[in-house]
Structures are given as C-alpha cells and as structure tokens.
Design a binder for this molecule. Structure first.
Ligand code: GZL
Length: 316
C-alpha cells in the first residue's frame, strides 16, 4: 500500500512542494527601478505572491529607464512568456512594443502606473492606486487643517514625482482641482523631484532660497522626496510639521515614524501590495477568463488629526 501511495504521489505530483510543481504560468514583469521604499516593497510583494501562487516570475529592473523596460518586454515576447506585466515609468511611448506583444498573442497587465495611448486593446487590466483620489485626499486634509488653524492665506510649494508619470499627473490634478475654489490657497511653484530622496533635498533647498519663510505648505508626491526635504527645512531653523505643513504620499514605515514625531502632518497611503491581484489576474488571463479593466486598492490617510501611535507597522 505504501509503495502504491508513493507511486501515486510521484505520478500526480501531489507530494511536491509548490516550488517543485510545474509552474502554472510564466510571467514577465518589468519593474521601474528601486527609487523608493515603496518600489522596493512593491517588488518584494510581487516576488512573494508569485511564489504563493506557483507562478514562475521573470522580473527585470529597468533602473528608471524606459528603454530598459521596452527591451525587457521584447525579451519576454521572444521568450514566449504566458503573460507580461509592467509598471510604465512614464505614460507615453509604449504603442509599438505593446502592439508587438499583442501580435505575439501575449496579454499585458499594467501594474501601479498607466499608459497614455490612442489605440485600444493594448492592455487587459490596470492594477494600481487611484492617484487622483490620493491628490484629493491630500488637499482635503490641507483644507481641514487651514480651517482648524484659521489660516487666511496659504502659500504652497509642490515637489512632484517623475514628470509624465501617472502618479505625478494625477496626484497634481487631484490636489489642484480640490483647492481650485479655495481663495486662501496659492501654489507658489511646482518642481520635479523625480520621486528621489536626493532630488527632494535639492528641490527644497531651491524653494527655500527662493521663497524663504513665505512657504506655508510643502506638498510632496512621495515619502522619499519628503524625507530628503525635511533636513533642508531644519537647516534654516524652520520646524517642519509646525512652522510649515508637510503633506506626503506613500505611507512607508520611515515616513510614518516621522509623522509620529510631528515632523510630517499628513501621509496619504499608497499601498505597494499589488502582487496578489496581479497573480490572480494573470491566472484568469491564462485560463481565458474575463478580468476587470481597472482594479484600485483601498487606501487611507494618516495624519495629526488622529492618534498616530495606533498606526500598525507598515511592512515597507
Ligand atoms: C506610486 C508609485 C510611485 C510611488 C513612489 O504607485 O508609482 O513611484 O509613490 C515610487 O514612491 O517611486
């Protein structure tokens, strides 16, 4: 009986671990880079979820270059992967390579960021945050804060993410649209910080030199740039979170720790945990099942309006 059972297990593969079983599909994923704690957390989550789902993952890091992403997608096509997924560093410039994927019969999933195209059917699904809503939530916090403090005129500087990327365009649009009708609000200047900590510091130095203590609010499109900006503010003898309202986006552990210390006033969450949805969607496409065109994760706002000591560990 034991021999029969062992023979049965070896034939059906039931005795194999997930790693040893034939992968359910081969997924090619082109990642933007490693520019932030968010991005690193996103990569880690995708790798973990591929393992849990028994999916073989070919993950390529583009190191912030669109040409590297295009080359990676072409390699995935040549390798005949079952599904291609990528987070487009910017919205334009993808039509040709995505038409090549379509001609090869390989479905494409957008993760995190979107593309801009006049063509239809180049991708099957977008799994990522509602960045416009993140911008709205950031502005709604500022309006509440201004009401609470009784501020009559508010000068805002914006440190934006990578130009022409979906998060940069939509976080800006959501924020601007929400403050548009508030006569107290003035945006002094918006400057490209490219989602990088070093650029965040450079941008803040420039803005402080130009506008000095007339700055009331810093609206930063991600935590990395915010964390680069804070020491530049403090070098001027200005207390971030007190003398200047600091609003950031992502919600990584380092920024939450700084929020708890009162040096940031508001952090809008942008979850990097997109891996489970990606793998579930890839499996549906492999099996010829319908998938949703857009999948947005739930997201929240952390701010000095709440008991920040209760915020659980963030995991990225
Ligand atoms: C947002 C993601 C952004 C993060 C940054 O989903 O595209 O890119 O906000 C990251 O930290 O660089």
């Amino acid at each position: 009986m034991i021999l029969l059972l062992l023979l049965l297990l070896s034939v059906t593969g039931c005795g194999k671990s997930v790693e040893q079983r034939e992968p359910k599909l081969l997924l090619g994923f082109s990642q933007v880079g490693s520019e932030s704690a968010w991005r690193i957390g996103n990569t880690r989550d995708i790798e973990e979820q591929a393992g849990y789902h028994g999916i073989s993952l070919m993950l390529e890091n583009a190191n912030q270059k669109q040409e590297n992403q295009i080359a990676a997608i072409r390699r995935f096509i040549a390798y005949k992967v079952d599904v291609i997924a990528f987070s487009p560093i910017v919205e334009e410039g993808w039509d040709n390579v995505l038409e090549e994927a379509r001609e090869a019969g390989i479905p494409v999933i957008l993760v995190d960021r979107d593309i801009s195209t006049t063509k239809t059917g180049l991708t099957k699904c977008l799994i990522g945050a509602d960045f416009y809503k993140e911008g709205v939530m950031a502005a709604e916090y500022l309006i509440r804060k201004a009401d609470t403090l009784g501020l009559e005129h508010i000068n805002i500087v914006e440190i934006s993410g990578t130009l022409n990327s979906t998060p940069m365009r939509q976080r800006q649009a959501g924020f601007y649209d929400t403050i548009a009708d508030d006569p107290r609000m003035t945006v002094l200047e918006s400057i490209d910080g490219d989602f990088l900590k070093s650029r965040g510091a450079e941008c803040m130095r420039y803005l402080l030199d130009k506008y000095g203590d007339s700055i009331d609010v810093v609206y930063s499109h991600n935590d990395e740039m915010t964390l680069g900006a804070l020491p530049e503010i403090e070098k001027k003898g200005i207390a971030p979170g007190e003398d200047i309202i600091i609003i950031s986006i992502d919600g990584g552990q380092e920024a939450i720790d700084v929020l708890k210390k009162g040096r940031i006033n508001c952090v809008v969450e942008c979850t990097p945990r997109l891996g489970w949805q990606l793998m579930e969607t890839a499996l549906k496409l492999k099996n010829g099942e319908a998938v949703d065109a857009v999948i947005h994760p739930e997201e929240q706002v952390f701010s000095d309006e709440q008991d920040v000591s209760l915020i659980a560990p963030r995991g990225y």
